[in-house]
Design a protein around this ligand. Structure first.
Ligand code: ATP
Length: 366
């Protein structure tokens, strides 16, 4: 059973860089946890502290409920996979996979069987006699995975393992990796800056920014109920619309969100009214995802935004309309709407859908 817990973990490098700032995070047994954030936010440093390759400046790294700060890396029952694969070029695929077993003194017979099992599971059973240079990028990554799982680790640590591969292969391998780790029931911490990878693979996602943990939750939670404005803007493509508004409650009748040149009127019994009513008289930020906005007729009353389309972007399965609504530009998912109706320059109206409107904080917060 491998759980990981970070308790107030901070890492300050010798030059004064605060790479990780007072992080608290629990990873459950068998869970697939993804650390997500932009380059330099401290993801790899967290991973390296869990692996024992870096010492925390303060705080505790706990493995299986025990403080592991002083436990050498080799005693942590951890396997790591990096983006550069780091295979031994002079060894065959079979020997690469079997290398950790050889190091720990496993006899050739059982070693060979275990290599066959692992290679079979990864679909590389027919290339065991080749050298790494004779493999494709995807096959090399599978060998690196094979070498990591061959000793049945209690914990997998993966640092951007797919970032050197082309996008088709990445999509294929991310399904394979998450399938395999779940099959094996191995606790996994996976580092990436790719949100598609994070949202598709994770049981839970931990989002970092400048060494600070911003949000932790299932992909649905962090996407639908982001804890901070940063997470709201960071997750999702196109970016979530974030509009500043003043809140005015007209008791028992409606809530007005004043956006400057126009206002939105939410019926009193609307769930969104209750979510914002206690901000009466304050300025807040309203988050709206493109897919939560739908076109309506120009004279529709109530929670309607009026905008002028600046341009359209067609993506095959969907089209995006970029609108000016007064001073603010806004993006609207045009799925299902005849494109002719939304030609550039035309005045257009969009209604807030029911899917996702949420106040993510006060104006100016991040
Ligand atoms: P990337 O996705 O680019 O790998 P990351 O989120 O994994 O980024 P880290 O590699 O953990 O980020 O780095 C976090 C911060 O710590 C960065 O500002 C980095 O420059 C700094 N850093 C990392 N290693 C050291 C070191 N040995 N000495 C000083 N600063 C370091």
């Amino acid at each position: 059973m491998t759980t990981v817990a970070l308790k107030d973990v901070t890492k300050v490098f010798q030059d004064g860089t605060i790479a990780v700032d007072t992080i608290n995070l629990d990873v459950n047994d068998g869970e697939f946890m993804v650390l997500l954030g932009p380059s330099g936010c401290g993801k790899s440093t967290v991973l390296r502290m869990v692996a024992g390759l870096e010492d925390p400046t303060s705080g505790a790294v706990m493995l299986g409920g025990e403080v592991a700060n002083d436990l050498p890396p080799r005693d942590r029952k951890i396997a790591m996979v990096f983006q550069d694969f780091a295979l031994y070029p002079h060894m065959t695929v079979g020997d690469n996979i079997g290398f950790p077993l050889r190091l720990s003194g496993v006899e050739p017979g059982p070693r060979g069987e275990r290599i066959q099992d692992v290679a079979g599971a990864l679909g590389i059973g027919d290339v065991l006699a080749r050298k790494p240079s004779q493999l494709s990028g995807g096959q090399r990554q599978r060998v690196a995975m094979g070498r990591a799982i061959v000793r049945r680790p209690g914990l997998f640590l993966m640092d951007e393992p797919l970032s050197n591969l082309d996008s088709g292969l990445r999509a294929e391998l991310r399904a394979e990796i998450s399938g395999l780790t779940r099959e094996l029931g191995v606790t996994t911490i996976y580092v990436t800056h790719d949100q598609a990878e994070a949202l598709t693979m994770a049981d839970r996602v931990a989002i970092m920014r400048k060494g600070v943990l911003q949000d932790v939750g299932t992909p649905t939670q962090v996407y639908g109920r982001p804890a901070t404005l940063y997470v709201a803007a960071f997750l999702g493509s196109p970016r979530m619309n974030l509009l500043e508004a003043s809140v005015y409650v007209h008791l028992d009748r409606y809530v007005a969100l004043n956006l400057g040149e126009q206002a939105l009127y939410l019926p009193w019994d609307d769930i969104r009214s209750r979510a914002v009513a206690h901000y009466h008289g304050e300025r807040i930020v309203v988050g709206m995802r493109a897919e939560a906005l739908t076109p309506v007729a120009p004279d529709t009353p109530g929670d309607v935004l009026h905008g002028r389309i600046r341009y359209l972007e067609h993506h095959g399965h969907e089209s995006l309309a970029f609108l000016d609504i007064g001073a603010t530009a806004i993006v609207v998912d045009e799925m299902g709407t005849p494109v002719e109706r939304a030609a550039p320059g035309q005045r257009s109206l969009r209604r807030f859908g029911q899917v996702m409107q949420r106040l993510t904080g006060r104006a100016g917060e991040s």
